[in-house]
Write a protein that binds this ligand. Structure first.
Ligand code: SF4
Length: 238
């Protein structure tokens, strides 16, 4: 089993590692600003936040707010991968639609965009035009994966579930058992051993994980699970 710290940005697991213990998330509250590294109040931010803070102090909030939308101000650093002729790291203005993003980075045959990595949301082609990349649509930590029509969305989801199963630290039952059961469940449906309706039960399990898992890793499995199963259900079935 791995540690959820890598994917969910679970800073308390980072503190555990820095203190020489196994990198497992802590119960909250208390939150890090009250009790963090060595039980002292701790502020933890990624480099991107610190750079934007500097820019706002240096150039002013008004300048920063010229970019983006009312709900999603400024720009963001994106990691773009998958079926794209232009993979890489880009700084882009927030608030563009997925359709505009695909026009810039797609290969002409994009059928889905995974916004926010394995913990994020899958947007199918039919929703590209209506989906904004930002807080008023699909928020993202910056990972953007493009898939063209040669890709099996079953394989994509299976890959994500393998990843979650591996990364689960095993501390709480909903995540430890849930990740495994979701993977076994879609395998059974794909082999025809379970009826397609079983996907509905798996969605209930994913919803339960969202409510009951201890940290962001287990809570976010439902995002990709729901959005892929709902939008590509026919690819999940035997
Ligand atoms: S949800 Fe639970 S088992 Fe999964 S990584 Fe977080 S603490 Fe560990």
């Amino acid at each position: 089993m791995g540690s959820g710290a890598y994917i969910c940005g679970e800073e308390s697991a980072l503190f555990e590692s820095m203190e020489g213990d196994r990198g497992e998330p802590r119960n909250k509250p208390p939150y890090p600003t009250v009790s963090g590294f060595r039980k002292k109040p701790t502020v933890i931010n990624n480099v991107e936040t610190l750079v934007y803070s500097f820019m706002i102090f240096r150039y002013g909030a008004r300048k920063f707010k010229e970019l983006g939308t009312a709900d999603s101000r400024g720009s963001k650093v994106f990691s773009i991968s998958g079926d794209t002729p232009k993979p890489g790291i880009y700084e882009l203005e927030l608030g563009m639609t997925v359709d505009q993003f695909v026009q810039e980075f797609g290969d002409g045959d994009t059928k889905a965009v995974q916004v926010g990595g394995a913990s994020g949301f899958c947007v199918p082609r039919k929703k590209f035009k209506d989906t904004i990349i930002g807080f008023e649509g699909v928020p993202t930590g910056g990972s953007m994966m493009l898939f063209n029509s040669s890709r099996s969305m079953y394989n994509v989801l299976h890959n994500y579930l393998e990843f979650f199963e591996e990364e689960s630290c095993g501390q709480c039952t909903p995540c430890r058992v849930g990740c495994q059961q979701l993977k076994l469940g879609i395998e059974a449906v794909k082999r025809g051993e379970k009826h397609a309706n079983y996907l509905d039960q798996l969605q209930k399990l994913a919803q339960t994980m969202k409510i009951t898992a201890k940290c962001g890793l287990g809570q976010s499995v439902a995002n990709s699970f729901f959005s892929i199963v709902e939008n590509f259900r026919e690819e999940m079935i035997y």
